[in-house]
Design a binder for this molecule. Structure first.
Ligand SMILES: [Ca+2]
Ligand SMILES: [Ca+2]
Length: 381
């Protein structure tokens, strides 16, 4: 009995030593408690609208995380095999430019017709017909280690996110576990070629979008389930406020819609109570960090897909789901163009294309049943 107990104690000691000595987290990760997920009827109810997508480029697009479209309707996306691919009007997929690596994320059109690309390894790139240029890979002499999404303003400035200054693409979950915000919103000025920090201390800085008048910019903080609004013009210029918080999932990419509202792709990191538990325990954080296979149990990203349409005032207008990931899961991007929504995903080999007209009527009916007051989650009395 004594021998068994000794063996057990030695094993326990070895286990704890492995966790605390070799955990990639700092010794004291933050414990956090989030409010319960929102419970309005719109957000509690699910639908299967995202199961109605048609599949663009199926079989030729390896996890297309982000999508952008030029004025002529040519679709561009960056895939895990290092290509910038484009999809022509007839649906054919062209291997357009080989950038290389496995870490191309957000992309955006530049006014001159080239494509801006966030490369986790190299920084912010500009990809044209004849060239691939690294615009910036440093800020304040330190490496930009997790370029995630980009948008170009009409004055040529490029705003882009650096998701985490501590952890890389394959360790993204460590940023969530450590819970010490280190993401940044950066600005690249093409005239001076300077990169500056606009905001720092962001909780996994992800999608960026400009408002219709370009008077403010939105940036998603994935593991705080919220998006911030940073004023670029007017009397509040330079100020930052919360645009929307307590979202029902982790916001990934965000895009301006033609009517001035925004589409936000939400990753499933909330309804699994494991994450809530893990966030309350430093030991649990070290255990998960030491055994990354556990991450799949606390993340449901590959099990469903959700996108929300949010007005420019921060009110949720509509929500589209694939509740069990039957057709699409891990949707990271939703871009509206000429009456269709184009959906990128880190768990598909196609871009989802959804006609929006078919949903307008039922959604309008649905909206009559509730209204959004000061808080998006308040029910009509
Ligand atoms: Ca984007
Ligand atoms: Ca992203």
């Amino acid at each position: 009995m004594l021998i068994l107990r000794s063996i057990f104690l030695v094993c326990l000691l070895a286990f704890l030593l492995k966790i605390f000595c070799f955990s990639p987290l700092s010794i004291f990760p933050e414990q956090i408690q989030f409010p319960p997920p929102p419970s309005s009827p719109l957000l509690l109810s699910t639908n299967n609208y995202l199961q109605k997508v048609s599949k663009v480029g199926e079989g030729f697009l390896d996890n297309p995380e982000d999508v952008c479209i030029d004025k002529e309707g040519m679709i561009y996306t960056a895939t895990r095999d290092g290509w910038i691919k484009r999809v022509h009007g007839n649906g054919s997929v062209e291997d357009w430019k080989m950038v290389g690596g496995q870490a191309l994320l957000g992309i955006a059109m530049s006014a001159d017709g080239s494509v801006l690309v966030c490369d986790v390894d190299k920084g912010l790139l500009k990809v044209g017909h004849d060239s691939i240029e690294v615009l910036t890979s440093l800020v304040n002499d330190s490496k930009i280690s997790f370029a995630d999404d980009v948008i170009e303003a009409s004055d040529g400035s490029m705003y882009f996110s650096d998701a985490s200054s501590k952890f890389g693409l394959h360790d993204w979950y460590l940023d969530v576990l450590e819970a010490k915000p280190s993401g940044r919103l950066l600005k690249y000025d093409p005239l001076t070629k300077e990169t500056t920090i606009v905001l720092d201390g962001l909780a996994f800085a992800n999608g960026v979008a400009l408002s219709q008048d370009q008077d403010f910019l939105l940036i998603c903080e994935s593991w705080k389930f919220r998006c911030l609004k940073h004023w670029l013009k007017g009397e509040d210029r330079g100020k930052t406020e919360i645009f929307i918080e307590n979202l029902p999932g982790s916001p990934d990419n965000i895009n301006l819609a033609p009517d001035g509202s925004f589409w936000i792709a939400l990753l499933e990191l909330r309804t699994n109570t494991w994450l809530d538990f893990v966030h309350t325990s430093k030991l649990a954080k070290h255990v998960v960090a030491s055994f990354p296979k556990l991450v799949d149990h606390i993340s449901g990203a590959k099990k469903k897909a959700t996108v929300v349409n949010v007005g420019s005032n921060g009110e949720i207008i509509r929500k589209l789901d694939d509740p069990d990931g039957k057709v699409m899961s891990f949707v990271t991007n939703a871009l509206e163009f000429e009456g269709h929504l184009y959906l990128g995903s880190l768990n598909s080999n196609f871009i989802g294309k959804l006609q929006l007209k078919q949903f307008n009527q039922p959604l309008e009916e649905e909206r009559k049943n509730y209204s959004i007051r000061s808080s998006p989650w308040v029910l009509q009395g």
